[in-house]
Write a protein that binds this ligand. Structure first.
Ligand code: ACO
Length: 324
């Protein structure tokens, strides 16, 4: 019988501090109107000075475990997607492991920037399918505020901090239960596009952390094409049509990109989960944050077909299809 990675819990955490567009416009030459019109963003959450990525990830992880009714030592693996680790090493996932009090299994990070959650989900799903793990915590956690140039209006208005976690367990159910879980993941990258979106620092080049640089139009142009391709790949691999999808949970970068993906699937607006207005772009955390919101408010229900897609620096991009 085929093993499937079934979702048994999810959790999220947003730092308490909220920064509105108006507040941002007091320190950088921008306006609430410009930001809303071009991106759909109204506000973002920012981590406190003493709050690290692992602190956000830990809170999301604890919430996911609690929802699933599992203990830390029930886990075999933690995969944390982040582009803003606490330190160059060790992996932020190991800090979360220690914070949970998990004394067995393994923990490591995955780095694919805004596509990180899709990549981490793909890694976790493959560990489960091949029998190497039975329960995996997949976390997306970011403190993007730490790598922003707060004087660059072209980038600093776009991002926020947060974390989300999804707990996967191996399921071998029969009948309907056998169809639940991760149905497919597709991941891609094309490193030739480095210059369109990158951070100008790192241990082996500048020995500093650096800040985000982005050619917004170039990223936008590629995002709509690449994410559409990833959606098509997911539908084709599962022999589905857009009409079969119950929910689109896209990476939350820009409302215009999100709406164009929803339009492509011919989904009514209320079937597309949107958090970008309140969270801005939280990179690898954006999809699990949106997923958790839609699960906890009762929109996504057991049996629903949920399509996720993302694109980020690299470029990296991908999709995942999950029967909830
Ligand atoms: N406030 C006011 N004006 C601004 C701001 C701002 N925050 N930022 C840029 N501008 C100005 C520019 O200087 C420019 O002025 P000019 O015409 O006098 O030169 C003008 O607005 C237009 O700038 P563009 O960059 O061409 O604006 P665009 O319509 O492309 O919108 C944006 C920019 C929102 C970044 C858009 O390109 C975008 O969303 N791209 C996708 C990028 C993205 O989502 N990146 C996230 C990471 S990757 C991912 O998650 C998919």
């Amino acid at each position: 019988m085929a093993i499937r990675s079934q979702v048994v819990g999810c959790g999220s955490y947003l730092p308490l501090r909220v920064m509105s567009n108006d507040e941002l416009a007091r320190t950088v030459d921008t306006s609430d109107e410009w930001i809303r019109k071009r991106t759909g963003i109204r506000e973002r959450h920012l981590a406190a000075d003493d709050e690290a990525t692992s602190d956000l990830g830990l809170k999301a992880a604890q919430a996911a475990l609690e929802q699933a009714g599992l203990a830390p030592d029930d886990l075999d693996l933690i995969v944390c997607a982040t582009a803003t680790p606490d330190e160059t090493f060790p992996a932020t996932a190991t800090r979360i492991q220690a914070g949970l009090g998990m004394t067995r299994g393994a923990a490591f990070d995955v780095q694919a920037v805004c596509s990180g959650f899709i990549y981490a989900l793909a890694v976790a799903d493959n560990f489960i399918r091949c029998g190497q793990a039975k329960s995996v915590l997949v976390i997306g956690a970011e403190t993007f505020s730490r790598i922003l140039d707060w004087e660059d209006r072209g980038t600093c208005v776009l991002f926020g901090d947060g974390a989300g976690a999804v707990l996967l367990c191996a399921g071998e159910g029969r009948g309907e239960a056998a169809d639940r879980g991760v149905l497919s993941t597709h991941v891609y990258s094309d490193g030739r596009h480095h210059d369109a979106l990158y951070v100008d620092g790192g241990p082996s080049t500048t020995r500093t952390t650096g800040v985000v640089h982005m050619e917004g139009r170039e990223v936008y142009r590629h995002a709509v094409v690449r994410m559409a391709e990833a959606i098509d790949a997911a539908l084709e691999a599962n022999d589905l049509t857009p009409g079969d999808i119950d929910w689109l949970v896209p990476h939350q970068a820009n409302l215009r990109i999100i709406e164009s993906m929803g339009h492509r699937l011919n989904l009514p607006r209320d079937r597309v989960v949107v958090t970008v207005d309140r969270h801005a772009n939280t990179s690898a955390a954006s999809i699990p944050l949106a997923l958790c919101e839609a699960v906890s408010d009762g929109r996504i229900r057991q049996g629903d077909l949920v399509l996720m897609e993302a694109m980020g620096g690299g470029f990296t991009w991908g999709s995942a299809l999950v029967r909830w």
